[in-house]
Design a binder for this molecule. Structure first.
Ligand code: LMR
Length: 402
């Protein structure tokens, strides 16, 4: 009976990251600090509207464009501009047209399309993700019918990447396993492969016939817009067939617009065109076509030289502020007699504190400092006014250790 089926439904546990946003909003404490979800906040603790986005919106509004359906693969100018941003405008693969790029519903939408494509059209059944990884990776891959295993990523002291263990693990995978890696700014650990390590990874995935899926949601927040794209550009140069999911949520501050892209790097324009035709079919079935506004903003910024230059400067400014907050947290830790060197060794938006789930609960419940239960804090939520309080709170939690 349908009625009893409904009555028997059990509620789902809240999302470990987005669920914190609701909890935070309800918290009445003035001193509360939101270091949960990966959102960039400015020195005033506010989510900024980037100046280049405001300018692009003014221009779009002045044009008063009608809102027709977008192509299933997204706005062509957006796809081309984002492809140039990710791969570099003089990249031979870009010039040869051998990359299929489609606009997606954020980085999450790109990952989902990648998984659907790999499973339905390439017969990929197995995937592996880093241990730890962004929790939603596992859910997305499973929802698309893939088995999900884990590869080791962190050393025993959880302070660096255990590259040897990682290499041994992926070298033993069966051909055609999808290997999901973080292109830059590893989420949640803030620890990335070095360029030399990426070169070794490129060799292994090619030799073992693995299917890499590089997730790059934070281009510009690690070392720089060009530097952060190193792995994706290297894989392309090496002639590897792979997929990359990218996002404009963070580096354009367009979280709620859901603007991302899936790029599939193939051997020829002919192959890329076939892949795009398949992506269009998947998109049509799932949501028909993407929304226009966010993609139009990004295309407006990236296709105008001056506006793009001011956007790059804004992204550089955000990265510099995050870096300064890493230093400030480290110094504030020292003042508390604690070694928070994790903060300066890691980079990108997130840091892995090494705190247990119970300690993160204590941090939230007693001090109103919100971070993810896996020990992750969002450094971009720190500012000069709250960093000492956060350091004191983490130090107080650490002092409860026996
Ligand atoms: C995060 O990891 O906090 C972000 O990617 C936001 C999200 O959707 O989880």
């Amino acid at each position: 009976m349908l009625k009893s089926d409904f009555a028997a439904l059990a509620p789902m546990p809240d999302d470990p990251i987005l669920g914190l946003v609701d909890l935070f909003k309800k918290d009445p404490r003035a001193e509360k600090v939101n270091l949960g979800v990966g959102v960039y906040l400015n020195e005033e603790g506010k989510l900024p509207l980037m100046a280049c986005v405001e300018e692009a919106e003014k221009r779009l509004l002045a044009r008063r464009q009608p809102r027709g359906y977008m192509p299933m693969s997204g706005m062509p100018q957006y796809c081309a501009a984002v492809q140039r941003l990710v791969f570099g405008k003089t990249n031979p693969a870009v010039l040869a047209g051998r990359i299929s790029t489609v606009q997606t519903l954020g980085g999450t939408g790109a990952l989902q399309l990648a998984a659907a494509f790999a499973h339905q059209f390439l017969g990929v059944n197995a995937s592996v993700v880093s241990d730890p990884t962004w929790g939603n990776h596992i859910s997305i891959l499973k929802a698309d019918g893939l088995e999900v295993g884990k590869y080791p990523y962190l050393s025993a002291d959880r302070a660096s990447v255990d590259f040897e263990a990682f290499k041994a693990s992926i070298s033993a995978l069966a051909p055609k396993t999808l290997v999901l890696m973080h292109g830059c700014c590893h989420n949640p650990t803030g620890l990335d492969f070095t360029q030399d390590q990426w070169r070794e990874v490129a060799k292994i995935v090619a030799e073992k016939d693995l299917l890499p899926l590089l997730d790059m949601a934070y281009q510009g927040f690690g070392s720089g817009l060009e530097e952060d794209a190193f792995a994706i550009r290297l894989f392309t140069e090496e002639g590897i067939t792979f997929m990359a999911a990218t996002s404009c949520s963070k580096n354009f501050g367009l979280y709620g617009e859901r603007v991302g892209a899936l790029h599939i790097v193939t051997d020829s324009k002919k192959e890329a065109d076939v892949v795009t035709s398949i992506m269009k079919r998947i998109v049509r079935q799932e949501y028909s076509n993407p929304p226009c506004h966010g993609g139009q903003i990004v295309a407006e910024v990236l296709c105008d030289e001056a506006l793009q230059a001011s956007w790059r400067a804004e992204v550089d400014g955000m990265r510099t502020r995050i870096r300064a907050m890493r230093e400030a947290l480290y110094e504030a830790g020292k003042a508390e007699g604690e070694d928070f060197s994790f903060s300066v060794k890691q980079h990108g938006m997130f840091s892995f504190t090494g705190l247990s789930a119970e300690e993160m609960d204590l941090l939230r419940e007693k001090y109103g400092v919100y971070g993810v239960r896996n020990g992750r804090i969002c450094i971009a939520g720190l500012n000069t006014k709250n960093v000492e309080y956060v350091a004191k709170s983490i130090a107080a939690v650490l002092k409860t250790r026996a």
